[in-house]
Design a protein around this ligand. Sequence first.
Ligand code: NI
Length: 233
Amino acid sequence: MISRNLILAALAAATFTAVPVQAEQGDWILRVGAANVDPDADSDQIDVAGLATLDGVDVDDNTQLGITITYMLTDIWAVELLAATPFEHDITVNGVGIDAGSTKHLPPTLTFMWYPMGGQESKFQPFVGAGINYTYFWDEEVDGELEAALGAITEPVTGSTDPVPADLDLDDSWGLSARAGFDYMFNDKWGVNASVWWIDIDTEATIQTELADVQFDVEIDPWVYMLGVSYRF
Ligand code: NI
């Protein structure tokens, strides 16, 4: 009976002391959670020095720790910065299914956000936004499978099927982004969030070998999904 009374008392306290749950001017919202970058890759074909044409590349998805920090400029307008631990993606050659290599990247994204229910007493706070992304690639690596394939392709020139050592370079990308999601606040400080970005990330890839440099464009254009905890202060 005591525990039942305690629960009832706690429920009553929660009901009657609940503070209005709303985003308002001057608030900061920190979100931490799992962020999945899922590329919708569209790649040019790869012309290997006139000797062969490969079907372009595909880029797999990767999940890291995502962090966003939002500042409410007014009750309904805000700016948000997306940060994360570095994403690492495997790259495969389309059609032939060989591993091309991998890359790491960080896609910091600054978004101008609209909270249509900002300033209203609601636990549910949806948002939409548009912004700008900068994506920095580093630690690009070429897989031995691609070097072996280059060896086979270049045999008419080199007279050997030995693997051709190669380096990969991906240009940095600036692009626009779109964003939508919501916070569901349990109280004045804590809640959960679910959201998505679409980011226009386009890069020029260069495969460098002693024989030739091969360049091709890759549109990565990922969907980024995030689920996490929200903290307002
Ligand atoms: Ni694009």
